[in-house]
Design a protein around this ligand. Structure first.
Ligand code: SF4
Length: 285
């Protein structure tokens, strides 16, 4: 599998396990396009850099601690042990990417305070689940499937649990707070996307989709059925068609909304008085 992570839908033509692929989509990029086509363009086509977000790095660290926790024998998976893993995990991340510390300085963030927030998120996890009673089947699992339309769907699932009866549960950790109604559908879309990939690649409809919000200690659960996944497939195909139409026309419209407040590209966005750079490959000569 050699498709690059941010390939625009049209640019991918690499066979995946002998199957021809015309495009690729992950839940994050599909979500970007739904939020704002121009945001998708900035991230996928222009591949513009974005500043380090301390919240995003916290999410990465907390995910890693919760992933590694299950390497320990069940009796060692305690809140104290998990808290003790936070600092060494941060050091590992810094060794792999020294520039992370500079990103913190630029954001004016105090690392010591930030580590306290990371430990708090990890502790919240123990209020929601007892990892001593769990043996995940998969962690940070890469999944993919190619639809009949030759669209590759792919992504990483935080955790897959399989019961002795063969029931499949997909679990995703979120370091932030649970969404209001307006954003709940987007969070569930990501989970249905993963369920669709597992259904298409393994022939099993997952029994439960579970989002664990460590920011406020809430769990969102959803029981999908086949009709949900068929509807999700139609939606994903429609998103892909819309992306291809934008690629063909070069017309990536901004969609101003509440998420603009977190967008790193406001200065280049016409909805905020900016001018986007020329599209790669379409520069004036
Ligand atoms: S600022 Fe808002 S409208 Fe502009 S690109 Fe970002 S998300 Fe889209």
């Amino acid at each position: 599998m050699t498709v690059t992570p941010n390939s625009p839908a049209e640019a991918v033509s690499t066979p995946v396990d002998g199957v021809e692929v015309l495009g690729a989509l992950s839940p994050s990029r599909a979500g970007d396009f739904l939020t704002c086509p121009l945001l998708y363009r900035f991230r996928v086509i222009d591949q513009l850099p974005e500043p380090t977000s301390v919240d995003a790095v916290r999410g990465t660290l907390v995910h890693k601690v919760l992933e590694d926790l299950f390497d320990l024998p069940a009796t060692h998976r305690t809140p104290e042990q998990a808290a003790a893993m936070v600092e060494p995990t941060w050091q590992q991340m810094l060794e792999a990417e020294p520039g992370l510390a500079e990103g913190f300085e630029a954001a004016g963030a105090e690392i010591a305070e930030w580590l306290v927030a990371c430990r708090r998120s990890v502790q919240t996890y123990f209020e929601l689940e007892d990892p001593r009673r769990l043996e995940p089947a998969e962690r940070e699992s890469y999944v993919e499937t190619v639809l009949d339309s030759k669209l590759l769907l792919r992504g990483f699932i935080d955790r897959v649990d399989i019961s002795p009866e063969g029931l499949v549960r997909i679990v995703d950790y979120k370091s932030g707070r649970s969404p209001g109604e307006m954003f709940e559908a987007r969070a569930l879309f990501q989970m249905k996307f993963y369920a669709l990939v597992l259904w298409r690649s393994r022939g099993v409809v997952p029994s439960l989709l579970q989002l664990i919000y460590l920011g406020n200690g809430e769990v969102l659960r959803y029981v999908p059925d086949e009709a949900d996944l068929v509807a999700c497939e139609r939606k994903v195909e429609a998103i892909w068609r819309a992306i291809r139409a934008c690629e063909e026309s070069g017309d990536w419209q901004p969609r101003r909304g509440p998420l603009c407040a977190w967008c790193a590209h406001q200065a280049l966005c016409p909805a905020w008085g900016g001018t986007p750079p020329p599209l790669p490959g379409r520069e004036l000569t």
